[in-house]
Write a protein that binds this ligand. Structure first.
Ligand code: PHE
Length: 339
């Protein structure tokens, strides 16, 4: 009987101390389980005085019921608490600052390429594309640069084999277009080009160009000059002057290198233009009659001009960037400036 009394007192303390369902389950096993405390007490019944036996048995059963009821009460209470906790944890605190999603932006080179293209699209040009892995024939031969021509030295490239290479300029697109379209032709061709150059502040084995080609009846050098002047003024500002210097390209005749008045000093001479007052921006000329003939276009009927500019060169200039490698390193701190 004494044992029963202490048990009655102890289990309550133990039960009220329980804070979670797992502990409650353990408690239940401990008291009511097959090898539980109450089962042990029942075992003692056999050794008891028969007169006390039934009363003792009753007491144990009552205690069992009592414990079951109390477990149930605690169970309901703990269940309720668990639910509340869950709801609390799932509640969204709308006052917490949100996580910012970083929005990327177009790369400065793509941007400049698009800006250049836009100016020509506005003048009625359309965009033509050609492969970066190109035939020697389109990259050199058809552009009036035969094998062993010294012009190949300045455009040394990566050869896939004797006939296939990575294009050194966007000019092969001229040939592809002239062979597949009849004049009038008016295209630009932006794209990636390759040369076996060492990397430095102004060179990269991969860079970008925008080619231009216009073929029609009666096209003269003054059309070329006017076109490039419109481009230079649109891109660099209305005060920009354009100058042509005689040059040689095998695929144009006459050929010119085209300068703009220095956009930093306005032509007075400064560090950027090395005191010249002028900065070279592209190569151009009247399409060579051999090139027209290679494409079955009659040079007695048609004439035209072509030009090619380096996108990196123009971007460096426009944004006063000193080192071309910055374009390719993809340092966010650099790129972010051109958002
Ligand atoms: N393809 C020449 C180069 O990469 C540029 C150019 C294009 C010159 C068209 C004249 C006409 O240097």
């Amino acid at each position: 009987m004494n044992q029963l009394e202490t048990l009655k007192n102890n289990y309550k303390n133990e039960l009220t101390a329980i804070k979670n369902l797992k502990d409650l389950e353990e408690f239940k096993v401990k008291y009511l389980g097959k090898k539980g405390v109450l089962k042990e007490l029942l075992k003692d019944l056999g050794n008891m005085d028969p007169s006390k036996r039934s009363e003792y048995g009753k007491e144990i059963n009552l205690l069992k019921q009592e414990i079951e009821e109390n477990i149930n009460i605690v169970f309901i209470k703990l269940k309720e608490e668990e639910k509340k906790l869950k709801i609390m944890n799932e509640k969204i605190d709308v006052t917490i600052p949100g996580k910012r999603t970083e929005i990327g932006s177009i790369h400065i080179l793509s941007f400049v390429q698009k800006e250049i293209s836009k100016i020509f699209l506005n003048m009625g040009y359309t965009i033509a594309e050609g492969p970066e892995v190109e035939l020697d024939y389109y990259n050199f031969e058809a552009l009036n640069i035969p094998k062993n021509h010294p012009a190949r030295d300045t455009q040394d490239t990566f050869y896939i084999n004797d006939e296939v290479l990575l294009r050194t300029h966007t000019s092969p697109v001229q040939i592809r277009v002239m062979k597949s379209q009849k004049p009038p032709i008016k295209i630009i061709s932006p794209g990636r080009v390759y040369r076996a150059d060492e990397v430095d502040a102004t060179h990269s084995p991969i860079f970008h160009q925008v080619e231009g080609l216009l073929i029609d009846k009666g096209i003269t050098m003054s059309d070329l000059k006017g076109t490039l002047e419109v481009f230079a003024k649109s891109f660099f500002g209305n005060q920009t002057k354009v100058r042509f210097r005689p040059h040689h390209f095998p695929f144009t005749e006459p050929s010119a290198e085209v300068d703009i008045s220095c956009i930093f000093c306005g032509g007075k001479g400064c560090r950027t233009c090395k005191g010249e007052g002028w900065i070279e921006i592209l190569g151009a000329g009247m399409v060579h009659r051999n090139v027209l003939l290679n494409c079955d276009i009659d040079p007695e009927i048609y004439s035209g001009f072509a030009f090619g500019m380096g996108v990196e060169r123009i971007a460096l200039l426009k944004y006063s960037i000193e080192d071309m490698r910055l374009f390719y390193e993809n340092d966010i701190r650099f790129l972010k400036q051109f958002r």
